[in-house]
Write a protein that binds this ligand. Sequence first.
Ligand code: NAD
Ligand code: UD1
Length: 341
Amino acid sequence: MNVLVTGGLGFIGSHTSVELLNKGYEITIVDNLVNSNIKVLKNIQKITGIKPEFKEIDLRDKKELTKLFECNNFDGIIHFAALKSVNESIKKPKLYKENNIGGTKNLLEVITSKKHRTNLIFSSSCTVYGQSKKLPIDENCPTNNIESPYGETKIKCEEIILEAVKKYSNLNAISLRYFNPIGAHESSLIGELPNGIPENLIPYITQTAIGIRNELTIFGNDYPTRDGTCIRDYIHINDLALAHISSLNFLSKVKNKKIYDFFNVGTGKGITVLELINMFEQTNSLKINYKIGNKRKGDITSAYADISKIKTKIGWFSKKSISDALKTAWEWQKRISNYEN
Ligand code: NAD
Ligand code: UD1
């Protein structure tokens, strides 16, 4: 199977590319490097022994995208390429709309301008649920509670993909709504490369542990949870990567049927911020310097997934432990300072 991976040099895309190559897929990576490093390509090759095809293309550039599709027939497309900072999206909503929705529209237009049958997997997010009244969150929970322009781009892309599947006979698609991906590849050759001061918890913890940050601030400890801190569903990056391959396989077995569906991807277990910090300390035998601070605006109290839909329909479920994710995240942080070398 010939698979196009957009945003394939990013955090989730690079891990998924490695798993695809390990399983014998032929892949082409497209990335504009806005939030990634070309060194990732070499490291994918180091891990797998295979140099994937790479094109530096911005998905907003329809001409270049069209050229790529003129020379290739992709059986599968995994579409990761997007900007992902909630904070930045509040400051630059137009950029997020143009990049995330504009890029997806271009991609759909070039796919559907061809006859070749394509299965598309789209990176959505649990952010589409906002603070759900129902926990664990299942796919029927409402998506009208979105708090950020970033989240709006995700639900909009899901909608336009659904419309394209209905309209064009050569396209089937799945949107995967990820919960909180963490960890790194066991080789420590690829991982998350946060830009500037991290917004997410794990890179902030690892940067504090290594001394880049003086202390971690826990955003509030008076939430109505078992220890007062927020609950999330953290999922090992390797498990998340495999969810894409299971989804592609699922679509490739569908014959003579139109399919668009969407699935949660998490572990199904909620962990508090304090519990995660304790696990990190125990797993890696170190102490994190932290204080309790104010709540972060826009944070939700609890989000964890009901994963029965993906388990039943696609047969995917998470296998790796959170401790393993925390161990690999720390190994990656120790390596990352040498990343440019
Ligand atoms: P990332 O920033 O590490 O990877 C995204 C990649 O896309 C980057 O390499 C970037 O350079 C590239 N890119 C962005 N805009 C592009 C464009 N216009 N043209 C070509 N390339 C472009 O992010 P990630 O964490 O790997 O996330 C991948 C996808 O998953 C994104 O769509 C993100 O919104 C979604 N997602 C991420 C998380 C998370 O916590 N990491 C959670 C839910 C959903
Ligand atoms: C963030 C995004 C969300 C995205 C998700 C996965 C926001 C408001 N939401 O959510 O859209 O889908 O990442 O990438 O940014 N925390 C601290 N101190 C820190 C950092 C985080 O206490 O320095 C806490 C947060 O309050 C939260 C938990 O850790 O309770 C996880 O935070 P984070 O990693 O940013 O993920 P989300 O809040 O789930």
